[in-house]
Design a protein around this ligand. Structure first.
Ligand code: NAD
Ligand code: UDP
Length: 304
């Protein structure tokens, strides 16, 4: 079962699991998910869609749960902050109870946001983070931190079979055009020759991972003996200004860069240390930023 299976990452994961011959339940409430992302899966007899909200209990016989349900883009998770934290906290309790009821293994899509605005760089799994508990990002960051706590407590108390993955910025086809995250925003602005909106001076950094690499890591983690937490991301770090310039060049756009106010608590730097994933999962991202952006640009060109 993939919760959030109609979303960006979830739809790619469902595709991979179906292609590998698995029976897949895609569970989603369609807050940021889309029917378009899963329309090609109905040809598989092994694909099942359940429209459901994980803040409500769910009973089904499953053997593996990938818990991805949660809006991931700041404008979407801040739209209804109370609902976002309920999705992380009540949602993971419901999924852990489900896992316990059928002895299923559960993998949680956690996030680099558990490190907040990190003081340690690059971020290792042993770092406890620097998170504002009362800011506009807290509904997401603290919700995900609390979910990790719940997974570890169910594991210690009930021997629940858990996996925790901390995902760093991932991009690719199937992101919503109005997703609000930086890669989709910049590509759409560039394709329309509109201004590219850099928040702040653009010196903040992120490390971008292409979706196929991430999905490979998720499946490897689910099938490994490691409970985690484990970082999954591409360590190639760049500034947001550099990303904007790259996208303008790759789209041959006439767009100009403009600067807008930096949102509160926007992390200054972010880069995963993936030593653990390399050694335990034998996983390294293979797709560089230029190759990944070209594929993503092609997707948005067709969509527009
Ligand atoms: P997304 O918004 O595209 O997908 C989230 C999916 O969850 C959507 O289909 C949405 O409709 C569904 N959903 C939301 N709330 C739900 C609820 N209460 N019940 C059922 N379904 C619900 O986001 P994404 O980028 O695909 O992220 C997927 C997961 O990975 C999220 O948990 C996110 O926190 C995590 N993650 C993503 C990134 C990234 O860079 N994309 C980074 C770190 C962590
Ligand atoms: N960002 C930007 N312009 C945009 C969207 C985002 O400059 O149109 C910046 C944002 O302020 C942040 C970085 O890009 O510094 C990554 O933002 P995103 O929302 O994609 O992910 P997150 O902040 O959660 O890592």
């Amino acid at each position: 079962m993939v919760t959030g299976g109609a979303g960006f990452i979830g739809s790619h994961l469902c595709k991979r699991l179906l292609e590998d011959g698995n029976e897949v339940i895609c569970l989603d409430n369609f807050f940021t998910g889309s029917q378009d992302n899963i329309k090609n899966f109905y040809k598989y007899k092994t694909f099942n869609l359940v429209t459901h909200d994980i803040t409500e209990k769910f009973i089904e016989k499953v053997d593996k749960i990938y818990n991805l349900a949660c809006p991931a883009s700041p404008p979407h998770y801040q739209y209804n902050a109370v609902k976002t934290i309920k999705t992380s906290v009540l949602g993971i309790i419901n999924m852990l109870e489900l896992a316990d009821s059928c002895n299923a293994r559960i993998l949680q899509a956690s996030t680099s946001e558990v490190y907040g605005d990190p003081i340690v760089h690059p971020q290792k799994e042993s770092y406890w983070g620097n998170v504002n508990p009362i800011g506009i990002r807290s509904c997401y960051d603290e919700g995900k931190r609390c979910a990790e706590t719940l997974l570890m407590d169910y594991h210690r108390q009930n021997k629940t079979d858990i996996r925790i993955v901390r995902i760093f910025n991932t991009y690719g086809p199937n992101m919503l055009p109005n997703d609000g995250r930086v890669v989709s925003n910049f590509i759409i602005q560039a394709l329309k020759n509109e201004d590219i909106t850099i928040y702040g001076d653009g010196t903040q950094t992120r490390s971008f991972c292409y979706i196929d690499d991430l999905v490979d890591g998720l499946v490897k983690m689910m099938n490994s003996d490691c409970t985690g937490p484990i970082n999954l991301g591409n360590p190639a770090e760049r500034t947001i200004l550099n990303l904007a310039e790259m996208i303008i060049k790759l789209t041959d756009s006439k767009s100009k860069i403009i600067h807008m106010p930096l949102p509160a608590d926007d992390p200054v730097q972010r880069q995963p240390d993936i030593t653990l994933a390399k050694s335990v999962l034998k996983w390294v991202p293979k797709i560089g930023i230029e190759e990944g952006l070209i594929k993503t640009i092609q997707y948005f060109k067709e969509l527009l």
